[in-house]
Design a protein around this ligand. Structure first.
Ligand SMILES: [Zn+2]
Length: 418
């Protein structure tokens, strides 16, 4: 059945003009943005955003961590809002679209619904989550994490930047400390449009990425201990060469990453041998291991295979290999009804599309703990992001915003999308 709403499209020129209009806040000479969380530049774009949302008829509230919620009323005031959220802060040499597209597409959707006088059942709430990037205050996705209960609000308030300025002090300085407790209201759903920040969609010639989840990460520190000895006097069979053990282990790490082609990823980012002398057999190697997989069982299998390889190499070469967990982030699988809403919206609008697992973290990672969540990716040029050269076309921005609009409307109607 064709619904009149199916003809609805956002205004591509207005969306692009809005993106460019806000790109003056924190603009860099090389065409990017430096808009660190709760900086003067971030405050400027926040003030712009609040004014624009109010001009579009939204009621704006701010919570105790500076998260901005711009609500367009729905027909049924008893229903929780469908949130459209992302972030307006950037990396120090960031681009003009990472996060920003997701927030301003939300504003464009509100304007589009206004133009067509469409009343949704649920309220629609456009959200700017504070400090997504983690560039000024670590960790990343801080305020959405508090909203979802992953961190306490006090933990967020106490985070300090490089100059010792706390999140709380910065928030008060820019005048965006609101009265509402973080996480004080439920969301019917959370939808986030974001640039892919990787090369997969562009490489595949796809217009839309239907994000099914976010891959999990395990970080390990590895310390390999052997024995330092003279390179000229110690026969090969009598050595306990830490570097040779590390070399074999490096190959094992690579094999673990290739075991599930196109899905699993493994990286050794740091590799240091000691004492670092030309004619001494290395006694110690320190390396880091980064394992990624979209499913819990996959990630566990990768770590188990890595540990088994380490034990085998240690026994074969007479080495001690210590593996220490440093940090991990479990895989996220988005809600099936939200993912389907995105997939079917892309299909109805005639866009080429493929399922994709996010390689990067997003506010949706945490929000998905408390609300059904879906994400849409659009390709970015050469997959470049966290870079002033980050680029998308107006057509790509509009495609993502139209899919977002129709996914939200389908969720609002409660379409049977299965
Ligand atoms: Zn982002």
């Amino acid at each position: 059945m064709t619904r009149p709403a199916d003809k609805l499209r956002i205004d591509p020129d207005r969306l692009w003009a809005t993106l460019m209009e806000t790109a003056v806040f924190g603009a860099t000479a090389r065409g990017g943005l430096c808009r660190l969380a709760l900086s003067a530049e971030d405050a400027a774009v926040r003030r712009w955003f609040v004014a624009a949302c109010e001009a579009a008829g939204c009621t704006v509230t701010v919570d105790e961590l500076g998260d901005i919620f711009a609500r367009r009323a729905g027909a049924d005031p008893t229903l929780p809002p469908i949130a459209i959220g992302s972030h307006l802060d950037t990396q120090p040499t960031g681009g003009r679209f990472d996060g920003i597209l997701g927030v301003l597409a939300g504003l464009e959707i509100v304007r589009t619904l206004n133009d067509s006088e469409i009343v949704t059942r649920h309220p629609i709430e456009v959200v700017d989550w504070t400090n997504e990037e983690g560039a000024r205050f670590a960790p990343a996705m801080l305020a959405s994490g508090v909203f979802a209960g992953a961190f306490g609000a006090d933990y967020a308030r106490d985070r300090a930047d490089r100059d010792g300025v706390t999140f709380e002090a910065a928030l008060q300085a820019v005048g965006f400390k609101g009265p509402h407790p973080a996480g004080d209201h439920p969301l019917a759903a959370h939808f986030e449009l974001h640039i892919e920040q990787g090369p997969v969609l562009e490489d595949a010639g796809m217009e839309i990425g239907v994000v099914t989840g976010v891959q999990g990460i395990v970080w390990l520190d590895v310390e390999i201990a052997g024995l330092a000895c003279h390179a000229g006097t110690t026969p090969m069979g009598l050595r306990r060469d830490a570097l040779q053990g590390a070399a074999r282990l490096a190959q094992a790490v690579d094999a673990v990453g290739r075991a599930d082609p196109g899905v699993s990823l493994s990286t050794i980012g740091v590799f240091e041998a000691y004492p670092g002398s030309r004619n001494t057999v290395p006694e110690r190697v320190r390396m880091t291991v980064d394992l990624r997989h979209p499913r819990v069982e996959g990630l566990e299998r990768m770590e188990a295979e890595f540990r088994a390889a380490a034990a085998e190499i240690a026994a074969a070469l007479g080495l001690d290999i210590a593996v220490t967990p440093v940090w991990s982030s479990p895989p996220v699988v988005f809600a099936a009804d939200c993912v389907d809403a995105v997939r079917q919206a892309a299909a109805r609008l005639g866009y080429s599309r493929r399922d994709i697992v996010s390689g990067a973290g997003h506010d949706s990672v945490y929000v998905s703990r408390v609300a059904p969540t879906g994400m849409i990716f659009v390709p970015c040029q050469d997959g470049i992001s966290h870079n002033e050269a980050e680029a998308i076309t107006p057509t790509q921005a509009a495609a993502g915003a139209d899919v977002l609009l129709h996914a939200v409307l389908a969720f609002d109607r409660g379409d049977d999308v299965a």
